[in-house]
Design a protein around this ligand. Structure first.
Ligand code: PMP
Length: 363
């Protein structure tokens, strides 16, 4: 064999592959998975039925996800021509970076935000830039302060992952107002369906009114379809056109399109999921607050998970092991600044009670 081998692009070798939430303990036991912000109620029965009834795998799916885009458009009041579907919203986030940034450019996002933004920036040879947080929340002043003439794309997750924090409408508008108009603002609303009545960050309106805003959504969270890999994005026609040029031609499977379409129509399942999450999130936040004298702190969340900080004697890794011993996988994110934190997906009531019990027993 020759010594020669293909050389990967240097910026590709700078990528740390995404580490997904685990469902097994270190010694290989299956755990209940509260580490990937999936829906603990599962999937709508209607969506499951539609998924089974979808065209078989011998055929290519509709390349334009036409019926699904029409249903999304009808629900959200958007022209389907301004919508593009993706293999999860992950694909669309990557395409947004690829379409608008390249070597020599910068892609900006907040410290403690979604890990895919860093990968998306590096994949296209751009430089990822992190703006400082404000007590774990995204900070508009820090983001605006980090914009340079090289910045091409800004990613904002709202609510944010892994912190659960929420940027209110006035702040998102202030961010958009402060950005040059030739720069793309991506508002990643993966958890938006968990927001309460009257809590709307206005991202969809920005995307409808301005030429430089893309909003992404997913069927992986409240719709309980993470395994089907369906997401969508909306924005001005020229933005959607760029994503359509570079996406995979058959990027959403027939079963994914059918299941997502049916899931959109099952308003009861969505409402039930939202109510369950709100009640359990509030209860679990109170549990953490009641352990405040032991150094536990809850970062205020509006998503389907809670970031718990361990600022006292009890260490996050100790709690992680004890929670695994009790049968649950939660997320420990070993990045600087988060090594003493756990991100815990809101599960079923009995799951949250069990985890609360573990934490109480350790303090
Ligand atoms: N954005 C955020 C903020 C997320 O947390 C996630 C899932 N972890 C995604 C996007 C991607 O979700 P999907 O690709 O499943 O649509």
């Amino acid at each position: 064999m020759s010594e020669q081998k293909p050389a990967a692009k240097p910026w590709i070798l700078g990528i740390h592959a995404y580490v997904p939430g685990k469902a097994r303990s270190a010694d290989g036991r299956a755990l209940i998975k509260l580490s990937a912000n999936e829906n603990p109620l599962g999937t709508s029965e209607v969506a499951l039925a539609a998924r089974s009834a979808a065209a078989g795998p011998a055929h290519y799916p509709d390349p334009g996800s036409t019926a699904l885009r029409e249903a999304i458009g009808a629900l959200h009041g958007i022209d389907p021509a301004r919508i593009v579907c993706g293999t999860g919203s992950d694909e669309l986030l990557n395409l947004a970076a690829q379409g608008f940034a390249g070597p020599g450019d910068e892609v900006l996002f907040g410290r403690y935000s979604f890990a895919v933004y860093d990968i998306a920036a590096r994949r296209c040879g751009a430089t990822p830039v992190e703006a400082a947080d404000r007590d774990y929340a995204l900070d508009v002043d820090a983001l605006l302060g980090a914009v340079t003439e090289k910045t091409r794309v800004v990613f904002v997750a709202n609510p944010n992952n892994p912190t659960g924090t929420y940027m209110p409408r006035a702040e998102l508008e202030r961010l958009h107002d402060g950005l040059p108009r030739d720069l793309l603002l991506v508002v990643d609303q993966a958890y938006a369906e968990y927001l309460g009545e009257g809590e709307d960050d206005g991202g969809m309106e920005l995307a409808a009114r301005h030429d430089n805003v893309l909003v992404t959504r997913t069927f992986s969270k409240i719709y309980g379809l993470a395994g089907e890999r369906v997401g969508w994005a909306t924005g001005a026609p020229h933005l959607v056109d760029v994503l359509n040029r570079i996406r995979g031609p058959f990027n959403v499977t027939a079963s994914g399109q059918a299941a997502a379409l049916a899931a959109l129509g099952d308003l009861n399942f969505v409402a039930q999921s939202r109510e369950h999450n709100a009640a359990e999130l509030a209860r679990f936040t109170e549990v953490i607050e009641s352990l405040g004298n032991h150094g536990l702190r809850a970062v205020p969340s509006k998503a389907n998970f809670l970031l718990v900080l361990f600022e006292g004697e009890l260490k996050a890794v100790t709690a992680l092991d004890a929670i695994a011993e009790a049968g649950y996988a939660v997320r420990h994110i070993p990045v600087p600044g988060l090594s003493d934190a756990l991100r815990i997906t809101i599960g079923r009531s009995e799951d949250m009670a069990a985890i609360a019990e573990v934490l109480r027993s350790l303090t």
